[in-house]
Design a protein around this ligand. Structure first.
Ligand SMILES: C[S@@+](CC[C@H](N)C(=O)[O-])C[C@H]1O[C@@H](n2cnc3c(N)ncnc32)[C@H](O)[C@@H]1O
Length: 280
């Protein structure tokens, strides 16, 4: 039986509105229709006819209304033009982190660079960089073996080569003068902010990826910057994604450690969300 995609889409959006505002409901519906049925916004606009979609949509709707993120339901998240397998073992790649990748690409040319991504999760940063900079040698570390399994699945699916390893950055001795570039988007949300956050994040995404103790929110920045100070080559660059509330403290921390050329970068929303520094 052939059905109107516009009618199905409108019905789906209306049901989603029980939980989300209209714009968010439309966005989620578009992701589902595009990924599952390969029907784009334009196809819906043109009212392309579809067959047997209703039964497939029902279980997805049920999970969405329970608050599960659409990316985990579809096991898919886009990042920097690539398609990543995701499940609740990894953080869902964020748009802000695409801006960090864009900054690194803007500031670093195509020539060989030994590059390390600390807290790699799904491997999104390391794999996106390797897709754009094939000559770079990429390594990705994470404490979570489950996350690393996902990162390896993504490397295989994308046919990109990153050396992944299971490692605790809070207990890592430096590797002297190894890397041209070190990047990290570490856990940085103080536990006390948990109660202010959306249920779909707190209830479904991995705690290990998100939270730090209230009394030591910069623990990862401190450990990673100290590691990087010795492990970067001279003139090597360190890049962080940061919490806007801690921009000043991170700048001070990097300066006290002896980094030069420290810059706090604003994202598209004019928030201080990235830091970069150079090993003198
Ligand atoms: C904010 S997530 C970033 C994930 C991914 N790089 C991204 O940008 O979307 C932080 C990552 O750090 C990892 N992590 C947490 N504690 C760690 C530790 N002590 N050593 C290494 N990685 C750690 C988490 O498992 C998680 O994958």
């Amino acid at each position: 039986m052939s059905l109107s995609s516009k009618v199905l889409y409108d019905q789906f959006v209306r049901k989603l509105e029980a939980k989300w505002r209209l714009e968010e409901s439309k966005k989620i519906a578009e992701i589902v229709f595009d990924h599952l049925f390969e029907i784009s916004r334009i196809d819906i606009f043109l009212n392309k006819s579809v067959s047997q979609l209703e039964e497939q949509l029902a279980p997805i709707l049920k999970r969405l209304l329970k608050g599960e993120p659409v990316q985990y339901i579809l096991n898919n998240a886009p990042f920097f033009g690539l398609s990543f397998f995701v499940n609740p073992d990894v953080l869902i790649p964020r748009q802000e982190t695409e801006e960090l990748v864009a900054l690194i690409l803007k500031e670093n040319d195509h020539g060989y660079k030994n590059t390390l991504d600390i807290g790699t999760g799904s491997g999104n940063i390391a794999l996106a960089l390797h897709a754009q900079r094939p000559k770079w040698e990429l390594t990705g570390w994470d404490l979570s073996p489950q996350a690393l399994e996902i990162a390896k699945i993504n490397a295989n699916q994308l046919n990109l080569n990153v050396n992944f390893a299971c490692l605790d950055i809070l207990n890592k001795d430096p590797d002297m003068d190894q890397y041209h570039v070190i990047i990290s988007n570490p856990p940085y949300i103080p536990s006390s902010e948990k109660s202010l956050m959306a249920g779909h994040v707190v209830d479904h995404e991995p705690e290990l990826a998100l939270f730090v103790a209230d009394d030591h929110p910069l623990i990862f920045y401190d450990a990673i910057a100290s590691y990087a100070l010795k492990s970067l080559k001279k003139q090597g660059k360190l890049y962080f994604e940061i919490h806007e509330d801690f921009a000043y403290q991170i700048q001070t921390l990097l300066s006290h450690l002896g980094f030069k050329g420290i810059v706090i970068h604003q994202d598209l929303n004019k928030k201080a969300r990235m830091a970069s520094a150079v090993r003198a």
